[in-house]
Write a protein that binds this ligand. Structure first.
Ligand code: GRF
Length: 197
């Protein structure tokens, strides 16, 4: 059974979908803890299931490196086999990436390498493309440029707003995330070392 720590900043709808998948008897992974960089609403999905949560508030630290060090300490307490960034709206410092990657994956609401960064949905809309997508990647020290492990196209429709397009992308992200975690657990996707260490 693959043990997973999930890191979030927001509503945690992708987290919720993963937690629901983990409740299926034949799903080969379980979430051991959920962490956040702020008092994220999505922590409630873990709390209501009795899953451990932790908050490492970015603003409580002198800078990114100090924050990242404290976050890594919390993550490693749970000795996860995989860490999932599911809407964590912070760049992780190199110490954290180097300690956890390649067993560190991120969901992104665009078809990478198209539209990396914090505004993938907005940027796709602004570019006027007819198709964008969703991607799951291994996190490295670049910005959304690690190896893609799953991705799928999503159409942009006339009249789309950032919200309507994001709501069309999110179910695809959820499905890809659930499948990617399953494939990592069953070693159909072969990630090597770190994470727990
Ligand atoms: C997802 O689209 C994620 O890729 C993006 O923010 C969204 C997270 O939403 N960075 P939620 O917190 O899972 O509802």
């Amino acid at each position: 059974m693959l043990s997973v720590v999930v890191l979030i900043s927001g509503q945690g709808s992708n987290l919720q979908a993963l937690l629901q998948a983990c409740e299926q008897a034949d799903y080969p992974a379980h979430v051991v803890a959920v962490g956040a960089d702020r008092d994220a609403a999505g922590l409630q999905h873990a709390e209501e299931r009795g899953i451990a949560t932790f908050v490492v508030r970015y603003r409580d630290f002198a800078g990114r490196d100090e924050w990242g060090h404290a976050l890594l300490t919390e993550v490693q307490r749970f000795q996860p086999g995989l860490v999932v960034l599911s809407g964590l709206m912070r760049l992780l410092p190199p110490e954290v990436v180097d300690a956890l990657s390649p067993r560190l994956i991120n969901t992104h609401p665009a078809y990478l390498p198209e539209f990396p960064g914090a505004h993938g949905v907005r940027d796709a809309l602004a570019a006027g493309v007819e198709r964008t997508g969703a991607s799951i990647i291994v996190v490295d020290n670049g910005i959304d440029d690690g190896p893609v492990i799953a991705q799928e196209r999503v159409p942009v429709l006339p009249g789309d707003t950032e919200d309507s397009l994001h709501e069309r992308i999110k179910p695809v992200e959820r499905r890809l995330l659930i499948q990617a975690v399953r494939d990592i657990a069953t070693e159909r996707i072969d990630l090597k070392e770190p994470a727990a260490r």
